[in-house]
Design a protein. Structure first.
Length: 320
């Protein structure tokens, strides 16, 4: 198969950023079912990580030696590992409640995607010269601190919809807007900022972000299909969005990011020569950015991604 025959979101060389893809691609579970996943994701996209088509990358000494950059990366990747594990567990309920084969197959593949991401984030820490015992200890610390403060309440909210209320479409909405729609833009920032300092970490983020394009696009189409057929359900789903966004505003995610970006900023100053003129976005060198600028960019991307998805799902009343 030639590269031009690949679905754009599975093409390592040509896939859009998660921001562009999540806002513009229109994908359905009928198009992105199990045969698609086996052929284009497991067989082609993931295969490129082991057939030397994607160049091998390695962390630089800046993140392999003790210091603020290494600490920031460990903090971020243990958090991402836990977030992906929780998403995989929640997806088992979407698979259980799926109303048809296409939905069941798509969310089954997303479950595997999230479990794979969890493994990739964890295993990357081995490349920072942490031992398995040290990785487990770092994950336990994150689980007891930032994950307990941010991820646990979000998980409880999602489970109240999926497990307690057996609300399949509400669960898809929560996952698409309040989980993927918030975390994916932050992951886009991570891919960009780690690229010159840890190309292997950026590669992990790149693979996860390519999957998130598909997850966001298909999840949105599932909700749109439902509301097209059942427009009387809009008030109920709008209420769910309002409750979920209220929860996000109460969670200390900004404090978590400030601490992480502060460590990154300290390390960036130490290793400015390594980063050089690398641009985090067009016309803006990474070494010239500050904590607030990067956080504001991620927050803006998150708002724009959520709002575009809500509009497509016929829920634009839920946009800020």
């Amino acid at each position: 198969m030639t590269a031009t025959a690949l679905p754009i979101e599975t093409d390592w060389d040509n896939a859009p950023s998660v921001l562009d893809g999540a806002r513009t691609l229109r994908l359905s579970p009928q198009e992105r079912n199990l045969p698609y996943w086996l052929r284009h994701v497991a067989g082609t996209m993931l295969g490129r990580l082991s057939d030397d088509a994607v160049p091998e990358a390695a962390p630089t000494e800046a993140v392999r030696t003790p210091g603020p950059l290494r600490e920031a990366l460990i903090d971020e990747f243990t958090f991402r590992h836990l977030a992906e594990e929780k998403a995989a567990r929640a997806l088992s309920l979407l698979v259980f409640h799926a109303p048809g084969t296409d939905d069941l197959e798509f969310f089954a593949t997303q479950l595997i995607d999230e479990a794979r991401h969890a493994r990739a984030f964890k295993e990357h820490l081995l490349r920072l010269d942490l031992t398995p015992a040290e990785i487990d200890a770092a994950i336990a610390r994150t689980a007891a601190t930032t994950a307990a403060a941010v991820l646990d309440p979000l998980e409880d909210f999602g489970l109240s919809v999926l497990r307690d209320e057996d609300d399949y479409y509400g669960g898809v909405l929560v996952l698409t807007v309040l989980v993927e729609g918030v975390l994916a833009p932050a992951a886009e920032l991570s891919e960009r900022k780690w690229s010159p300092l840890d190309p292997a970490a950026a590669l992990v983020e790149r693979g996860a972000n390519m999957d998130e394009i598909r997850h966001l696009a298909v999840g949105s189409s599932v909700v749109r299909r439902y509301l097209t057929q059942h427009p009387e359900q809009r008030p109920r789903l709008l209420k769910l969005i309002t409750e979920g966004r209220r929860l996000w505003e109460e969670l200390p995610m900004r404090q978590v990011l400030i601490r992480r970006e502060s460590l990154f900023q300290e390390g960036l100053a130490q290793h400015a020569g390594l980063v050089g003129d690398y641009e985090i976005w067009s016309g803006r060198r990474l070494v010239d950015t500050g904590i607030e600028e990067r956080m504001e960019a991620a927050e803006r991307w998150s708002r724009e991604t959520q709002d575009s998805r809500l509009a497509y799902m016929l829920l634009s009343d839920g946009a800020r």
